[in-house]
Design a protein around this ligand. Structure first.
Ligand SMILES: [Zn+2]
Length: 481
């Protein structure tokens, strides 16, 4: 299958997205696609001070030139994360109240309106959002369009994240990074000439967000084996058979070769389609993303700057590749299911542990809530351990076929210009080590650390990553540059 055939096949399993156009010089298709998807509707372009000159202005000219009533709103911030404030700002933009939107954007005393109160009655009077940007602007447009019970058009400005086509928006609300369920864009347009012209770190960031699917896919395979979240073939097949191919030309990314950048954007979009098919981010995200979520929730900055999603996920991805390198050294066929079940903590003990670990965290109840959802009783744990013991040598081989080693991943990240060490984003190896307990507990999904907890080798596994001569040798902290 070539790219066009793969995209056509993927659109069949994508439940929300009707049109996905990618190619060099295709920006002039924007008005035609808009009119096809939203006949007779007005538009509002939502951009920021970087994406407006990059392509928003051109889209505005094309839309108005085609006779489509179009307004614009340019977020006047050098940097911003996907926080609830911007959802409420965008809600006002779609309501048609630009002044109120601006007040929310700049309000020093801003307080969050409860999420459930942000929904509107559907109306043809609202303009359709045309998001011109990368991950954050797209997520904002996605959720505000859902609040208005309508679709939107995404014009991508960088191959930087997989959120363009995903079901759900990842937003910080009540101090916690949360995924709000909402439909993916109705249409996506990616002009490869625009993607190639984006700042170089953005495609490195997208490469890393796509590479995150290497360990995330392995963790989904584990959850499937454990019976907690079975693999959904329609979601798996849209992304995973081609994942290694999409990632296979880091030199092309470094050279900003249009085909290599297009491959990354296609892979990222397929990942979003997989999430649409699964109605969940399970196909695209596991522990490697949680390191990034912790950094977001603790407002981590390096040299005074927020670090982008993919750049943070790069460090999580390297870390999880290192975890799997160590994981494969354990012989799980030697596990003792009875002993594992006998040693298994009660739900009360797990809840207490979660409360203790999250006591000083901005979302102190998060671990408690999530472990309560994912707790399995001792009898189930016995069955889970027996299952992995039974299939071990063969299952290990399947996981190894999915995984890349830490060294291979780090080499590719070095080539594309993604982080190769936690110090690159202002994180020490000690900090990374201390994040593990929160990572294990902070999302209800089954992960490789949960398996290690059941098999009673969690501490040994995590500590191995930081041993002398191993991936993040704790005595070899790298200086911040
Ligand atoms: Zn991601």
């Amino acid at each position: 299958m070539d790219s066009k055939e793969r995209i056509a096949a993927a659109l069949k399993v994508a439940t929300d997205t009707k049109v996905f156009e990618m190619g060099q010089g295709i920006l002039p298709k924007v008005p035609e696609v808009f009119q096809q998807l939203f006949p007779g509707r007005k538009a509002v372009i939502i951009a920021d001070i970087n994406t407006w000159p990059a392509c928003g202005e051109a889209v505005y000219a094309l839309m108005t030139g085609a006779g489509i009533p179009t307004e614009k709103y340019i977020i006047d911030k050098e940097e911003f994360h996907a926080e609830w404030r911007y959802i409420e700002m965008a809600d006002k933009i779609l309501d048609g109240d630009m002044a109120a939107a601006k007040r929310i954007e700049d309000d020093p005393d801003y307080t969050e309106t409860p999420a459930e109160k942000c929904f509107r009655e559907a109306s043809d009077a609202y303009p359709i959002a045309v998001s011109v940007g990368a991950g954050v602007i797209n997520d904002i447009c996605k959720l505000t369009s859902h609040h208005h019970r309508q679709g939107y058009l995404c014009v991508a400005t960088a191959a930087s994240v997989d959120g363009f086509s995903s079901f759900g928006a990842s937003i910080t609300y009540q101090n916690a990074k949360q995924t709000f369920e909402c439909p993916a864009p109705t249409g996506i347009i990616a002009d490869v000439d625009v993607l190639v012209a984006a700042p170089r770190w953005m495609v490195a960031s997208g490469y890393a967000d796509l590479a995150a699917k290497v360990p995330a896919g392995a963790e989904w395979m584990i959850a499937d084996l454990m019976g907690t979240e079975p693999i959904i073939p329609a979601a798996w097949d849209v992304l995973y058979p081609n994942l290694h191919k999409y990632l296979g030309n880091p030199e092309g990314i470094a050279a900003l070769d249009p085909q290599a950048v297009a491959d990354i954007f296609e892979g990222l979009t397929m990942s979003g389609f997989a999430m649409q098919a699964a109605r969940s981010s399970r196909p695209a995200s596991c522990c490697e993303h949680l390191f990034s979520h912790i950094l977001d929730m603790t407002h981590h900055r390096f040299h005074g700057k927020l670090q982008s999603h993919g750049i943070q996920v790069a460090v999580g991805t390297l870390t999880m590749c290192a975890v799997f390198d160590e994981f494969f050294r354990f012989d799980l066929s030697k596990l003792d299911p009875d002993a594992c079940a006998a040693a298994w903590p009660t739900i009360d003990q797990e809840q207490m542990r979660a409360i203790e670990i999250f006591r000083t965290f901005p979302a102190p109840k998060l671990g408690y809530t999530e472990i309560t959802k994912k707790y399995n009783d001792a009898r189930t744990v016995r069955e889970q351990v027996a299952k992995v013991k039974e299939v071990w040598p063969a299952f290990k081989q399947k996981l190894q076929a999915q995984l890349w080693s830490f060294e291979k991943m780090r080499k590719c990240f070095g080539i594309v210009g993604a982080p190769t060490d936690p110090s690159d984003i202002g994180v020490t190896r000690h900090m990374l080590h201390d994040m593990f307990e929160r990572v294990q507990l902070m999302r209800w999904r089954f992960n490789v650390l949960d398996l290690a907890k059941r098999g009673r080798f969690y501490d040994e596994l995590v500590n191995a990553v930081f041993l002398p001569g191993h991936a993040w040798d704790i005595n070899e902290e790298q200086p911040f540059k």
